[in-house]
Design a protein around this ligand. Structure first.
Ligand code: HEC
Ligand code: HEC
Ligand code: HEC
Length: 130
């Protein structure tokens, strides 16, 4: 803490940049991810994925290795056929581990036009917040 405080006195710009950089990975882990590669284009609301909610229940590698989600907001090409066949979100949202793909609005809960990206901070927000 004292190190950061004194760095800020000497070099305000650089210290602010360092603080911002060091907060990025945490933000990605804790916040919501909006996925809107094809939702808008196909007439449904963007998907809000509550990352923190999931990451306290499952290990990173379940999703980012076994299920093949690339670690980048909007970085995966996902369609409903794959989900219904049990890939991506559908590996769990299959009416067994979690509720079924028929609950469209629980996933497609974002405001129309919201671009893919990380939203929010150290909190779990859930459907309908963004
Ligand atoms: C468990 C979460 C989840 C549920 C439930 C869900 N979707 Fe999706 N859906 C997604 C994700 C993730 C994408 C990829 C979003 C993107 O890239 O914009 C997607 C993409 C889509 C797309 C665009 C791609 C395509 O396959 O045409 C449509 C249309 C769509 N969903 C409709 C629906 C409808 C209708 C329902 C309910 C019957 C539904 N979704 C339920 C997660 C879900
Ligand atoms: C239940 C599945 C799941 C779990 C568990 C999970 N993630 Fe993710 N993660 C995702 C999805 C889905 C995305 C968004 C991918 C997309 O938008 O196409 C994502 C995105 C990310 C991103 C990119 C965010 C950005 O800035 O673009 C990072 C970094 C990340 N995850 C790290 C982690 C870490 C670290 C863990 C474990 C502590 C973890 N994830 C656990 C599903 C998961
Ligand atoms: C590794 C398993 C797993 C994967 C993969 C997964 N989920 Fe989930 N998800 C769950 C479980 C378990 C719950 C809690 C279900 C319950 O409460 O009945 C949940 C709950 C949710 C919720 C509700 C959160 C809340 O606050 O109640 C949303 C929204 C959601 N998932 C969206 C998605 C989307 C979108 C994807 C794909 C990008 C996805 N999930 C992938 C397991 C998963």
């Amino acid at each position: 803490m004292t190190g950061r405080a004194s760095a800020r006195c000497l070099l305000p710009g650089a210290a602010a940049a360092l603080l911002l950089l060091s907060s990025l990975p945490a933000a990605a882990e804790y916040a919501d991810v909006v996925i809107n590669r094809q939702s808008d284009r196909n007439g449904v609301r963007p998907v809000v994925f509550p990352h923190w909610f999931h990451r306290i229940r499952f290990r990173c590698k379940v999703c980012h290795a076994e299920l093949g989600f690339r670690m980048k907001a909007g970085g995966n090409s996902i369609n409903m056929t794959e989900i219904i066949e049990g890939r991506y979100c559908g590996a769990c949202h299959n009416n067994d581990i979690a509720w079924s793909p028929e609950r469209c609005d629980l996933c497609h809960s974002g405001k129309p036009g919201l671009p893919s990206g990380v939203y929010g901070g150290h909190e779990t927000s859930g459907p309908g917040r963004w």
